[in-house]
Design a protein around this ligand. Sequence first.
Ligand code: SAH
Ligand code: SF4
Length: 392
Amino acid sequence: MTASAPITQDLVTIPRKLPDGPVNLVGLTRSQLRDTLLQAGTPEKQVKMRVNQIWQWIYQWGVRDFDSMTNLAKTYRVQLAERFVIDVPEVVSRQVSADGTRKYLVRIAGGHEVEVVYIPEADRGTLCISSQVGCTLTCSFCHTGTQKLVRNLTAGEIVGQIMLARDDLGEWPEQGAPKDETRLLSNIVLMGMGEPLYNFEGVRNAMKIAMDPEGISLSRRRITLSTSGVVPEIAKTAEEIGCLLAVSFHATTDEVRDKLVPINKRWNIETLLNALREYPRLSNSERITFEYVMLKDVNDTDADARRLVKLIQGIPAKINLIPFNEWPGAPYQRSDWSRIEAFADIIYKAGYASPIRTPRGEDIMAACGQLKSATERARKSRAQIAAETGLG
Ligand code: SAH
Ligand code: SF4
């Protein structure tokens, strides 16, 4: 059933409660869950215990129906089922790349779609999650930036991406089994669609749920939030989320960064670097990742590499070089491999780790900055087919 309340078309998050539908418990913080259970008639003296029980069922065991919550009285389970649901976004399609990368297209309220990517590696499994449908920013090399923002994701839709990936990976623990520390899904990067710091509350609440030790229990050090440089929110990220930070740096002069990452016109390189120097969690063990997309003849000279090293002097950092991932109509080309290596070498010799991010899942368009484009293409071809067959 569709909600009769308007689904907002701007940055306002849609209400959790549909006018005549049940409330989704996924995405509520512990205190919101407490208030919700109290409002639904849970006695005050029981509420703390009920929050703990329901929380564990949802986030530790991955249960999606109240009837399975066997440590709750039968009548209480019925009451809960009348008012609430435990909903995660629906997986519309799942593609698996030759290299094992999995890309999920998921549908959220209002019929919008976002993509979630799972990247298995030898020592970890990283889930790249989205924070918005589209993005308001317009970085010129990023395909997401060419799409009109529809809305922020709710906390439930953000943590729901982790839950649906665990469903697919079969990774909810057996009840009673000892805690398994080797996990298929061990790390989260907020590097999918959208600018996470323009959806601060949703992202913070979702990450708090993901970090809660009684549930998904991911360490804050296994979560990396990538921002294009929303300076006023950077310190808050350390204080209120506590995760690691990555910054889409991409250029060494304001002139070039203005073009690549237009938010630079608001907060320029110097302002951004000052905020990073003051990042409250900065240390050698918790370095800031500088993401740097390698664009042929745009930002990839030796002089750029030297300037970069000079600019970040004094900041515990690693530089993640990302070979540009092309998308249909993109106005840039990937730097040659030898250029990328020469660039990496200068940075490495200056004392910084400079890994080159191997493009993953290219055959399914799952690489950075490509999200959504395959879906849009698929849509177009469906439309073309309809036109050709006269079924449009
Ligand atoms: N909005 C956030 C997080 C999402 S983008 C941000 O900008 O940081 C995740 C990373 O992929 C960013 O560093 C982004 O600049 C990079 N990226 C975007 N499009 C890309 C492309 N086509 N090729 C390579 N990297 C890209
Ligand atoms: Fe948005 Fe990040 Fe893409 Fe820029 S790089 S348009 S901030 S998603």
